[in-house]
Design a binder for this molecule. Structure first.
Ligand SMILES: Cc1cc2nc3c(=O)[nH]c(=O)nc-3n(C[C@H](O)[C@H](O)[C@H](O)COP(=O)(O)O)c2cc1C
Ligand code: SF4
Ligand code: SF4
Length: 274
């Protein structure tokens, strides 16, 4: 099958999904001699209209996993923003060392429902945005090398393909199961839906960086030490603040982080579906 374009698509609040998707997409572009294009839908201004694809495109579509699924605030855009028109696609679920649960199968199903043909898929562990004790430093060199090997196998599959295969079989519940309920150290649900980042007033110099990176557009540019809208706990503001002024202190959120650190520091492996 002749592919002329590799199209990398991702939402990535703190950069892990971008690194994984771009590594895979660049390797595919080189192996198939296809032009590389990139679409980052992290910021609200980018999430407009519907992108059109076609049968000579191979789309590497990445999402981080939030609560075992596609981030729920991004799901409406994933469902309305992309029309495949028989493009090939590789769904990739990036997760923070706990589990990708139903995130990959949900992404596969959404792509198939919107005109894409999924030919491969992957669940890729990375450092958790809530704690650097989970998969510290990942994706590392070894992870990136494994993504290049996977790209080689996908390229071979594409070159040998004479007709559109069945949707790729991936791990997960079909129909897609419920969101994962975050637990605290007491084993009970940790309810932190309404938690928002706080700002150390003496550390904030009002540079505005956090306002620029918030995927929900919830940090006002003229009052970046506040959070005026919905917070999805993505940590983009916390991680991007040059003076470490932003922090989360919600007790239920911190209890969930402690639970993750108690139970999920073991090494998670990537899962490849081809
Ligand atoms: C709100 C939220 C929920 C998350 N839920 C999960 C989860 O269920 N399982 C998991 O392994 N990682 C989970 N993570 C971790 C992210 O999937 C992981 O850190 C990923 O690398 C973030 O991607 P990014 O750097 O592209 O933003 C969650 C992160 C956030 C912000
Ligand atoms: S990035 Fe940090 S220092 Fe800059 S405005 Fe935001 S909280 Fe203040
Ligand atoms: S305010 Fe919430 S949604 Fe916005 S960048 Fe910070 S953690 Fe993410």
């Amino acid at each position: 099958m002749k592919i002329t374009h590799i199209k990398a698509v991702f939402y990535s609040a703190t950069g892990n999904t971008e690194t994984v998707v771009m590594t895979l997409a660049k390797a595919l572009s080189a192996k198939l001699g296809a032009e590389l294009e990139c679409f980052d839908y992290t910021l609200p201004a980018s999430r407009e209209g519907t992108k059109q694809y076609g049968p000579t495109d191979l789309v590497v579509f990445g999402t981080p996993v939030y609560a075992g699924r596609i981030p729920n605030k991004m799901l409406p855009y994933v469902q309305s923003g992309f029309a495949g028109h028989d493009a090939l696609a590789v769904p990739v679920a990036i997760f923070g060392n706990r589990n990708f649960d139903n995130g990959l199968i949900e992404l596969r199903n959404e792509l198939e429902a919107h005109g894409f043909h999924t030919i491969a898929g992957a669940g890729v562990p990375t450092e958790h945005v809530f704690s650097s004790k989970l998969a510290p430093g990942r994706p590392n060199e070894e992870d990136l090398a494994a993504l290049e090997v996977f790209a080689g196998k996908i390229a071979e599959k594409v070159l040998a393909m004479t007709e559109i295969p069945e949707p790729i079989q991936v791990r997960g519940d079909d129909p897609v199961g419920p969101y994962y309920t975050p637990l605290g150290t007491d084993g009970k649900p940790a309810v932190f839906l309404k938690a928002k980042p706080k700002t150390h007033p003496d550390q904030c110099d009002k540079c505005g960086k956090c306002a620029q990176v918030c995927p929900m557009g919830s940090i006002p540019a003229d009052a970046p030490d506040t959070c005026a809208g919905i917070c999805i706990k993505c940590q983009a503001c916390v991680k991007s603040c040059p003076t470490n002024a932003k922090y989360m202190d919600d007790p239920a959120f911190l209890s969930h982080v402690a639970m993750l650190e108690e139970n999920y520091t073991r090494r998670a492996e990537a899962e490849w579906f081809l």
